[in-house]
Design a protein around this ligand. Structure first.
Ligand code: TXA
Ligand code: MG
Length: 328
């Protein structure tokens, strides 16, 4: 079993090529040195992730663009300067310092500066221990491939108890703030393309770049863009606010054990388990993955989810993740 570690211990473990699950502001990541093919291979094996799916490289600051990227467009530098550290991943043309084992053979790399003091402290310490400038950590969400992303250290341990060893570690940073994965923006074209929605919105990107953003969700070879993903064992059904109660009643008559995930203003029907009652879309996103895990822990057969309406915050990201979780 992996043990709970400090940033200093995490850096020692990572420096020698073992794995540490680290908190970010979005979800927990399972980190390996991005310059060590064997460490990255072990991380892929632990996740059960296909080798042709690229992984995000997490770095300490936007300065790392100089090491790992060739010809970044001006708008990408503007985005990096504005939103890093933060819940945003930029896909850029990679330099020769980024190996094929990171990118699944693609000629781009996904870079992100996470906004979490413990993650950043680990990177600082790792750079000091290894002497490698701009050292990066390859880190996908710390869940088995296709499953719900972890937002607490306990979730990570649940996912990996049998796969990680004594040599590996988990850094406990409490529950993550954002709760859904970073916005991924492809910056290899004339304008930014949003590949995965997250806390940095289309409006945010258009406002700071002055460009019209293309939204092309589901086009790259990205596991988060597979139709079915983020899925609990329970079936997920998406309902409108007014359809939630009749839907629950119908399911109960069929013998289902039903959970409800909705904003607090939506009442809980009789005999239904309330999985979360967030007041806002921001709170909804933060509670989403823990609620889906709770449904499985309670052995529910169905989750009825009412996504919050709206477009200017985390609503599109919530709808995206629920839609993938609902895909059979
Ligand atoms: O918030 C996050 O982004 C979390 C935390 C740990 O940073 N990480 C995360 O990683 O969600 P992962 O591996 O679960 O999802 C990363 C997504 C995948 O869909 C992957 O295919 C895509 O990013 N990606 C990575 N590099 C890419 C590239 N060069 N081109 C296109 N997509 C890429
Ligand atoms: Mg993931």
């Amino acid at each position: 079993m992996q043990s709970l570690v400090t940033p200093h211990e995490a850096a020692l473990i990572l420096a020698r090529g073992d794995l540490v699950a680290l908190p970010t502001e979005t979800v927990y990541g399972l980190a390996a040195r991005a310059d060590q093919p064997q460490a990255v291979a072990r991380m892929y094996a632990a996740k059960g992730r296909p080798a042709n799916h690229p992984v995000i490289v997490h770095v300490e600051s936007a300065d790392a663009i100089e090491s790992y990227v060739v010809n970044p467009p001006q708008y990408a530098l503007t985005l990096a300067k504005t939103f890093w550290p933060g819940p945003m991943t930029l896909v850029l043309n990679r330099s020769e310092l980024i190996g094929d084992f990171i990118t699944g053979g693609q000629d781009t790399v996904g870079l992100r500066v996470p906004n979490h003091p413990l993650f950043l402290a680990t990177l600082t310490e790792l750079a000091r221990l290894t002497g490698v400038n701009d050292i990066g950590l390859a880190a996908p969400s710390a869940n088995r491939f296709g499953r719900v992303s972890p937002t607490t250290a306990a979730h990570v341990i649940e996912e990996f108890a049998d796969v990680l060893g004594d040599e590996d570690g988990v850094l406990d940073g409490g529950a993550t703030h954002v709760g859904v994965e970073s916005t991924i923006i492809d910056c290899t074209g004339d304008v930014p393309h949003i590949l995965r929605s997250g806390a940095i919105t289309v409006d945010d990107v258009e406002r700071v770049t002055g460009l019209t953003v293309a939204t092309k969700l589901s086009v790259t070879r990205a596991p988060g863009t597979l139709a079915s993903h983020y899925a609990p064992n329970a079936r997920v059904i998406i309902a409108t606010e007014s359809a939630a109660a009749p839907e629950c009643a119908q399911l109960l008559t069929h013998g289902d054990r039903v959970g409800l995930l909705a904003l607090a203003r939506v009442a809980t029907p009789p005999n239904v388990v309330r999985l979360a009652d967030p007041g806002t879309a921001t709170e909804y996103a933060a509670a989403l993955y823990a609620a889906l895990r709770e449904a499985d822990a309670l052995d529910l057969t169905v989750v009825v989810a009412v996504p919050p309406a709206g477009n200017d915050g985390l609503e599109p990201a919530i709808l995206d993740r629920l839609t993938r979780a609902a895909h059979q």
